[in-house]
Design a binder for this molecule. Structure first.
Ligand code: F6R
Length: 608
């Protein structure tokens, strides 16, 4: 989705904006711009395609003079990627330049009204109305104009606005779209996320909806919609610059796959004290947990797949019914939830529009919302009743890996914590599960040591047209993720199927040489899945089995076998997903795909 960077200070703005935008490239975009105020005039430079095109056009920023500016990478929603549709949108007098991330939902009536008043529109975008609204409302006070504009627009927005009457300061605001404020020494920033400004400062303000920020080189002032200044706490980000850099890896995705043992340790260890799970961040009492009739898990994409694992794990351990739903469906089907219900929301970015809307829907109906989020201070974290952070660090590759793994770890922590509160775990069992969690990072490291084996398998199958993933129960949940990982980055058609369901239609797609990745990790359903393997093999499939060390005879039925270490059945998804991530990565690499930035995808999906 769109990326925004803004700078004001004593240095030349353009190179800083370009560098910041380069850190936001992972969000997905199809055009890039910078707008710099040189004291009098706003100089706008736009380029379609990659940021490098813009950078070359402005000689790395050297050809654009000025110490204050805003930059934008646009992921087209309204109107094709083109110069005329790309931001910033400039008001008719040229006095205002506006960058925007989000969607102005009422732009059509606003556009009509403005056209009746004589404003001329040049683009197909929703954002252009904002530039003209500034022109319309501006009577010499930029802050006042901002409050009037946000009063009129509906939808989601992160806005950065330059005004040529204000040569030393600019204004920004956000609502349901991400934007943080970076506070430096003699220089200040706005950005869609902290990775864009980490090289300059780690001190940030997280803005609430409709908090307006006025930035100059000497300071940052934050106002409410009544234009009263408000005081906020500065937050110190503990991510370092290297966390958002490739550090010698060819792709962020492989770096992030390899970071999983550490991310798991960082997420699990601080929450286990003296052999007990301590979740200080949430307040779920035994009485409350005992009163729960149902738990909902709501998320999108891979985070939803974590929820599918969560359903099996929580139901098995706590005997509470769990319903998992994709957020875009949940938000619109009048869900049967109410006061006292628990809704677990899962999101890496904390900004996914559908997940945020589902959360608000759940809260409006009186449910308690517990979120599992990676980005501190994000909209979903702010809007939840309680938050459990995944300490995965910044995830840059569009295809999630370490965020998925840490979300899963938090699900295990919640499940064991609740089962204990419900009195469902004997001491020995509790300690054994804690040990299972503690040993996960080392077991993941062990799988990663053998990644050349997966690379070899990828070399055999990278030209496949279609690949199926099958499994039962928890293995099915992981199949969903394995299939998504493969298709999103390699563009190979893939489907995940509950192994027992295949013969109700889908098996007709199996033909000679079709690759079926069969997950058969747990003991209980091992033989059942092996029967399904035999069924697809009888129809010509080539089978890559994924199983645990002690299933010695897997080779008798599968053409290839990938082994993961033995572990308690409930935590096996944390291990079985790793070879699938590697498989997707290597297949995409062999196909020469743009692994970190797959076509049509964005990292943080801030539109519905
Ligand atoms: C797939 C992937 C997406 C995200 C989904 C939710 O690899 O990364 O499916 O999981 O868009 O994003 P968050 O977790 O930021 O809400």
């Amino acid at each position: 989705m769109c990326g925004i960077v803004g700078y004001v200070g004593s240095k030349q703005a353009c190179p800083i904006l370009l560098e910041g935008l380069s850190k936001l490239e992972y969000r997905g975009y199809d055009s890039a711009v910078v707008a710099v105020l040189d004291g009098e005039k706003i100089n706008v430079q736009k380029a379609r395609g990659r940021l490098s095109v813009l950078s070359n056009m402005v000689d790395g920023g050297k050809s654009v003079n000025g110490v204050m500016g805003i930059g934008h990478t646009r992921w087209a929603t309204h109107g094709e990627p083109s110069d005329v549709n790309s931001h910033p949108h400039v008001s008719s007098s040229g006095r205002f330049a506006v960058v925007h991330n989000g969607i102005i939902e009422n732009y059509i009536p606003l556009k009509k009204r403005l056209m009746e008043k004589g404003f001329q529109f040049v683009s197909e975008t929703d954002t252009e109305v904002v530039a003209h609204l500034f022109e319309y409302y501006y009577k010499g006070d930029l802050l006042e104009a901002m409050t009037k504009v946000i009063h009129r627009v509906e939808g989601s927005y992160a806005l950065g606005v330059l005004c040529s009457d204000y040569p030393d300061s600019f204004v920004a605001v956000r609502k349901a779209s991400p934007m943080i404020v970076g506070v430096g020494r003699g220089e200040n920033f706005i950005a869609s996320d902290v990775t864009a400004i980490l090289a300059h400062t780690r001190n940030v303000y997280y803005l609430e909806d409709d908090e307006i920020v006025m930035l100059s080189a000497s300071g940052v002032k934050i106002y409410n919609t009544d234009r009263e200044e408000i005081k906020k706490e500065i937050f110190r980000v503990n991510w370092d610059v290297s966390a958002a850099e490739k550090g010698g890896y060819e792709h962020f995705m492989m770096k992030e796959i390899e970071e999983q043992p550490k991310a798991l340790r960082d997420t699990i260890s601080p929450r286990i004290k003296d052999g007990k799970i301590v979740l200080d961040d949430i307040s779920l009492t035994s009485e409350y947990i005992s009163s729960l009739k149902k738990i909902y898990i709501v998320a999108c994409g891979s985070a939803y797949h974590v929820g599918v694992v969560g359903k099996y794990v929580i139901e098995r351990m706590c005997r509470i019914s769990v319903e998992v739903e994709v957020a875009s469906e949940f938000r619109y089907h009048d869900p049967l939830i109410g006061k006292g219900d628990l809704v677990i929301v899962i999101s890496q970015s904390g900004e996914t529009a559908d997940t945020l809307a589902a959360l608000k829907e759940a809260k409006a109906r009186g449910a308690h919302v517990l979120s599992i989020v990676n980005v501190v201070g994000s909209s979903i974290a702010n809007a939840s009743d309680s938050v459990l952070y995944t300490w995965a660090g910044p995830e840059i590759a569009v295809a999630t890996t370490k965020a998925y793994s840490t979300q899963l770890a938090v699900i295990y922590l919640i499940a064991i914590y609740m089962a204990d509160k419900l009195g469902r775990l004997e001491n020995d069992e509790y300690s054994r599960l804690i040990e299972e969690l503690n040993t996960l990072p080392d077991k993941v490291s062990k799988i990663l040591e053998n990644k050349s084996e997966i690379q070899f398998l990828a070399s055999k199958f990278f030209s496949s047209k279609s690949i199926f993933f099958i499994g039962r129960n928890l293995d099915y949940a992981v199949s969903l993720e394995g299939s998504l990982k493969l298709k999103e980055i390699s563009y190979i058609h893939s489907e995940a199927y509950a192994a027992g369901e295949l013969k109700h239609g889908t098996i007709s797609l199996i033909e000679d040489g079709t690759l079926v990745v069969a997950l058969a990790t747990g003991d209980k359903l091992y033989e059942k899945t092996i029967s399904n393997v035999k069924e697809v093999k009888a129809r010509g499939a080539v089978v890559m089995g994924v199983t645990t060390t002690h299933h010695e005879h897997a080779e008798d039925v599968c053409d290839y076998v990938v082994r993961i270490p033995d572990a308690d059945e409930l935590v096996l998804p944390s291990l079985s997903v790793i070879p699938l991530q590697l498989f997707g990565y290597y297949v995409a690499s062999l196909k020469g795909c743009d692994i970190d930035k797959p076509r049509n995808l964005a990292k943080s999906v801030t539109v519905e």
